[in-house]
Design a protein around this ligand. Structure first.
Ligand code: GRF
Length: 204
């Protein structure tokens, strides 16, 4: 069974949807750990409520970027993580962790990459840019993550309409609402092998 480790920085509504789907049996996976760079992130409390070990870990708490990377990898291995799920994680994943989990780190982005991605393209800014560009539709991209922002093989995309009178906020809400189902559906395809990921390169 897939053992999911979450990295998230804020609310964690995507992590919540995934945890719920694991508990209901819809998603044959087990959430085993949640890590946040933000000690006040709601995602940590959400995970705790479900008995999932949660950790606040950042370059500040670890002492340096390098120590963060090493400590992150140690934690993920200690919990036997086999799939790293980024759900609103606002940091790059360190090189040792990326190498150990190569091809097994997934991220969700609230737009149709490759447009509207990259450094600084997060949160409400994504939806502002989509409206600014006059796009008729936006969407969601789930992709493999590496040490850069919003790069890596696209695993799945879904479209979400832009509606007349949309503000960045209304568009953000429509996209986020769709993300929850879409992340669960895509992870289910990974679990079933319909979307094929490489095996872990090293024993976790
Ligand atoms: C989502 O919009 C996701 O696409 C982006 O960060 C947001 C996280 O929301 N990467 P939440 O913390 O899961 O509620």
């Amino acid at each position: 069974m897939m053992r999911i480790g979450f990295l998230a920085s804020h609310n964690g509504s995507n992590a919540q949807a995934i945890i719920d789907a694991c508990e209901s049996g819809e998603l044959p996976a087990q959430p085993v750990v949640a890590v946040s760079n933000n000690g006040a992130a709601a995602v940590l409390e959400r995970a705790r409520r479900h008995g999932i070990p949660s950790y606040h870990l950042s370059a500040k708490t670890a002492g340096s970027e390098d120590a963060l990377d090493r400590e992150m990898l140690r934690l993920l291995r200690a919990h036997g993580v086999s799939l790293l799920v980024l759900a609103g994680y606002m940091r790059k994943v360190g090189p040792a962790t990326v190498a150990a989990f190569e091809g097994r780190i997934v991220n969700i982005h609230p737009a149709l990459l490759p447009k509207f991605g990259g450094q600084g393209m997060y949160g409400i800014r994504v939806h502002e840019a989509v409206l600014q560009a006059g796009e008729a539709e936006t969407g969601i991209t789930i992709h493999l993550a590496d040490g850069e922002y919003d790069r890596g093989r696209i695993l799945a995309q879904c479209r979400v309409p832009v509606e007349a009178g949309d503000t960045p906020e209304t568009l953000a809400a429509r996209v986020l609402n769709r993300e929850h189902r879409f992340y669960v559906e895509t992870l289910a395809k990974i679990a079933s092998g319909e979307i094929e990921l490489p095996a872990l390169t090293e024993a976790a």
